[in-house]
Design a protein around this ligand. Sequence first.
Ligand SMILES: C[S@@+](CC[C@H](N)C(=O)[O-])C[C@H]1O[C@@H](n2cnc3c(N)ncnc32)[C@H](O)[C@@H]1O
Length: 200
Amino acid sequence: MSRASFDKTAILYNFLEKYIWEDYTIICDIIDEYLTFQPEEKIIDVGGGTGLIAKVLRSKKQNDDIMVIDLSRSMLQKVKDTTLSVVQGNVTTIPLRDETFTLAILINTIHHIDETKQQAVMREVFRILKKQGRIFIIEISHPNTFFSNLFIKIEKILVGKTYHLTTDKMQRITQEAGFHEIKVFSPKKYPYRYVTTAVK
Ligand SMILES: C[S@@+](CC[C@H](N)C(=O)[O-])C[C@H]1O[C@@H](n2cnc3c(N)ncnc32)[C@H](O)[C@@H]1O
C-alpha cells in the first residue's frame, strides 16, 4: 500500500467504519467474544490507523500501555486519545525493540500489505513480542460473489489494491514466523470474518 492511499481517506475513515461498512460493530463483537486479556498487558495495535480499535481496548484496559503503529500520518493524526502512544512506521520493518509487547492485534491490516511482504510483517510482530506474547488477528475472507468482488473494487478505488489471505495462508505465515498454538475461528454471526490467535 502506498502511504497516500490511507492518507486521503483518513478524514472519512471512522465514519465509513462506523456507519457505512458497519465494520466497527462487527470488530467490537468479535473482540468481545474472542480476545482475552491478561493483567498488565503491553499492547500494540499493528496498522492501527485512527486508533478506533485501540480506543476500544483502552476502555477494557485502562491502566495498560497501548501503542498504535501505522504508516499513514493522516490516519495517526486522528488518534485523539492521548493515553494511546503513537508511532509512524512501516510494519514490514517495525522501528521498535525486540520483546517489548505482550499482545499484538492486527485488525484488517494484513490484507493491505503486498502479498510478498505479509510474511515479513508476521516475523516483525513475532520479534517485538515478549516470550509467551500473543497475536490476535481479524481478517476478511472473501467469497467469490458479486457483492464481495464489488466491495474489493470499491476498496481498491479508496485505498489501493488489497491482498486477502485464505485461512490456510494465514496459518502458514503465522507458523513460519515462529508462532505456536495457532488457532483459527470463524465467528458464526460473521461468516466472512476469521480470527487467528497464536502464541510466541
Ligand atoms: C483497514 S485499515 C485498519 C485500521 C485499524 N486496524 C482498524 O481496524 O480500524 C488498515 C491500516 O493499515 C495501515 N497500513 C497498511 N499498510 C501498512 C504498512 N505497510 N505499515 C503500517 N501500516 C500500514 C493503513 O495505513 C491503515 O491505517
